[in-house]
Write a protein of this length. Structure first.
Lengths: 315, 307
């Protein structure tokens, strides 16, 4: 049976036969994804596009209503509110998030032997379930007794009612979200550590000081990682849900207005699973999809000028 | 006395003057500036570490405080009590929630790892027409916002009569997940191909090569997948809100949200209950982190750099 003993001609035939079988075996290995793609991605995409033109409450069959959902969407004040909240949150949160990640990564990069310890400390919050982060938000930012306002009070500042004053809800949520920058810090730290030391050396020989080195070596070399973080966090920011939902929505919140925390996906979730407006919610989902695509494309175009990829000619 | 380092300049000054060469004189200020930077970095790191660790420590501490003291700013409870843990256990079916979460987490992590590894192997080992395009499609699905497929996916489980059961919480993982396929494929591409060809020549089946050789060799990437998925599933709120109806089927995040609703908004803000349940929800993740720290750090760095 030993294949080694087989004649060359036999082997060639066997190889050809094997190649033909190859595609079959490959498909077998790919089958979980192929099935999953069909059932849980392709079909949902098509069906959700169809639903967005219907009125559907799960119990009765969907009835085709043309573009009525999209027309209603344009006039729904809650859509404007949710979209405004979401865009404002993302526009402020993402730059801050990236800045804090970068500062932490730069510090860690210079931490020497204690880097491992600090990395753990900065990363651990990322392991906290978002529901618990929402709970922590309510506690730490509590207007009367929260830690934040106690700390502010001790230096003579009268802190705002973060969890109830509509003007302060989003700033509070943004600050809370900075607690979970851990993953971005690790990505940036890895990027910083992969900058070749020779580049700094030759920059030093050319007389470049610290700032010059940072601007001309560090920044271009880590720009792909920075860009990655911006894109991923923008997409996540536009879909923000867990923490705000935990802190402001759900059964029995009659304590205070939660309009300031009504993010787009929260409203989508309410429309779909609380009011069972599946058609309307599907239309909302497609608007979100379009928005995310548009923002990502803009970021990609802008990044062409700003991001340096190694091994690629710079024009 | 202890812990106070002599100032950097002292040793330089103590040097005999004749040994100070011109180059050395020039270097000394730079060296002391370096030391200032190092001290500043250490101070900044220490302060930031306090800021990042404080909420955790405070949360755990608060879970041992009686109701009236939850908001006090003492890290060591004035009155230490286990009562909150006893009460949470009585007020909520925590054991059930933990069991549900454990079942879902184990099933989700194991199924997604095996299925994703299969698909990754399909892309890494075999050469067939359309492979590049198909893999591009896998990557493209990573960009798809979950909100778009959420409703039809719910309708599928609804049609199957499984809404309200734990099945929709994990069963989709039978069909691989794009991010893990990407991660595992990257790793498998680095494995020595000769080994697999040799095994084939020795009569191993395609499945045998995958299961008995490729999979064991991919242990590091598999560990990353397992740890990531355990974290993702253990903390998943949205899916639990959509699919779980009855308190007996709740997972920990859904249960915690129910407690916030019942003892927060609906009650008179029994923070000690909510705080204690939050600790119970979080501690397993902290343990997972310390078990899988290397895998987590490695997985995040690799994913970010290649993305």
């Amino acid at each position: 049976m030993s294949a080694v003993a087989a004649a060359p001609a036999d082997r060639r035939v066997a190889r050809r036969r094997a190649r033909r079988r190859n595609t079959g075996s490959a498909l077998l290995f790919l089958s979980p994804w192929l099935i999953g793609f069909g059932v849980f991605t392709a079909w949902p995409l098509v069906y959700s596009a169809y639903l967005s033109f219907t009125d559907y409450d799960v119990i009765n069959d969907p009835s085709f209503i043309g573009t009525a959902n999209y027309v209603e969407l344009m006039q729904d004040p809650k859509i404007a509110l949710a979209l405004g909240n979401t865009l404002m949150f993302t526009a402020v949160q993402v730059p801050l998030y990236v800045l804090v990640s970068l500062v932490l990564a730069l510090l860690l990069n210079r931490a020497g032997r204690s880097a491992g310890f600090y990395r753990t400390v900065f990363f651990l919050p990322k392991m906290t379930p978002p529901v618990a982060v929402g709970v922590l938000f309510l506690l730490l930012f509590n207007g009367q007794n929260g830690l934040i306002n106690t700390a502010l009070g001790s230096i003579g500042i009268d802190g705002p009612a973060w969890t109830t004053d509509p003007a302060w809800v989003k700033p509070g949520l943004i600050i809370m979200s900075l607690w979970t920058v851990g993953a971005s810090v690790i990505i940036l730290l890895a990027a910083l550590q992969s900058v070749p030391e020779e580049l700094y050396e030759s920059a030093r020989i050319d007389g470049a000081g610290f700032w010059r080195q940072s601007l001309s070596v560090t920044l271009p070399m880590i720009s792909p990682a920075l860009f990655f973080i911006v894109v991923v966090n923008t997409i996540a920011g536009l879909q923000t849900f867990d923490e705000a939902y935990t802190a402001f929505f759900g059964a029995g919140n009659t304590t205070y207005s939660n309009d300031a925390a009504l993010f787009y996906v929260i409203y989508l979730f309410q429309q779909a699973f609380q009011f069972l407006n599946m058609g309307y919610a599907s239309a909302m989902a497609w608007i979100l999809f379009g928005l995310i695509m548009a923002v990502t494309v803009v970021q990609l175009v802008v990044s062409r000028r700003l991001v340096y990829y190694e091994g690629e000619d710079q024009k | 006395m202890t812990g106070v380092l002599p100032p950097p300049t002292v040793s330089a000054d103590a040097d005999p003057p004749e040994r100070v060469s011109p180059g050395r004189v020039e270097r000394t200020p730079r060296r002391s500036r370096k030391r200032v930077v190092r001290v500043l970095v250490s101070v900044a790191l220490a302060l930031l570490a306090v800021v990042f660790a404080y909420p955790f420590v405070w949360l755990i501490s608060a879970s041992f405080k009686p109701r009236g003291q939850v908001f006090d700013n003492k890290l060591i409870p004035e009155t230490f009590t286990w009562d909150n843990y006893v009460r949470v256990w009585q007020e909520a079916p925590l054991a059930l929630w933990l069991t549900n979460t454990l079942i879902v987490t184990v099933l989700a992590a194991v199924t997604v790892t095996i299925s994703s590894a299969m698909v990754a192997w399909g892309f890494a080992y075999f050469r067939f027409r359309g492979r590049g395009m198909l893999f591009g499609l896998v990557l493209a699905t990573m960009m798809l916002p979950g909100a778009v497929t959420m409703i039809p996916t719910f309708l599928i489980w609804n049609a199957l009569g499984m809404v309200g059961t734990l099945t929709p919480m994990w069963a989709q993982n039978l069909f691989a997940s794009a991010f893990y396929v990407f991660l595992l494929r990257q790793f498998m591409l680095g494995l020595p191909r000769d080994l697999f060809d040799a095994a084939r020549v020795d009569g191993a089946s395609q499945w045998g090569v995958f299961w008995r050789i490729a999979l064991p060799l991919s242990k590091p990437a598999i560990a990353v997948t397992l740890v990531f998925e355990v974290q993702a599933v253990w903390t998943d709120l949205m899916r639990a809100l959509i699919y779980l109806r009855d308190s007996a089927t709740f997972t920990i995040p859904r249960g915690l949200k129910a407690l916030v609703d019942a003892f927060g908004f609906g009650g008179e803000w029994h923070w000690e209950i909510i705080v204690t349940a939050s600790v119970i929800a979080t501690v397993p993740m902290i343990i997972i982190f310390f078990i899988g720290q290397r895998q987590i750090i490695h997985g995040i760095s690799a994913g970010g750099l290649k993305g």
